[in-house]
Design a protein around this ligand. Structure first.
Ligand SMILES: [Zn+2]
Length: 60
């Protein structure tokens, strides 16, 4: 497997599409994390209801 440290695999939290930082169309800072989106539509959906799309982890 080829691994390029510059191109982390990211996931569009709305449609679950795999993205890289260079292929992401939109990005958004939310709660100290950066989310990437394949399109403006996905970004808008996220902004309207972020909790629906954020994976829930245990947070201190
Ligand atoms: Zn998307």
């Amino acid at each position: 497997m080829k691994r390029n440290t510059d191109e982390a695999i990211l996931k569009d939290p709305v449609c679950n599409m795999q993205l890289s930082p260079s292929s992401a169309i939109e990005e958004l800072q939310y709660q100290n994390r950066t989310y990437y989106f394949c399109s403006e539509l996905c970004q808008k959906a996220f902004i309207e209801d972020p909790e629906k799309y954020i994976p829930h982890h245990h947070q201190p």
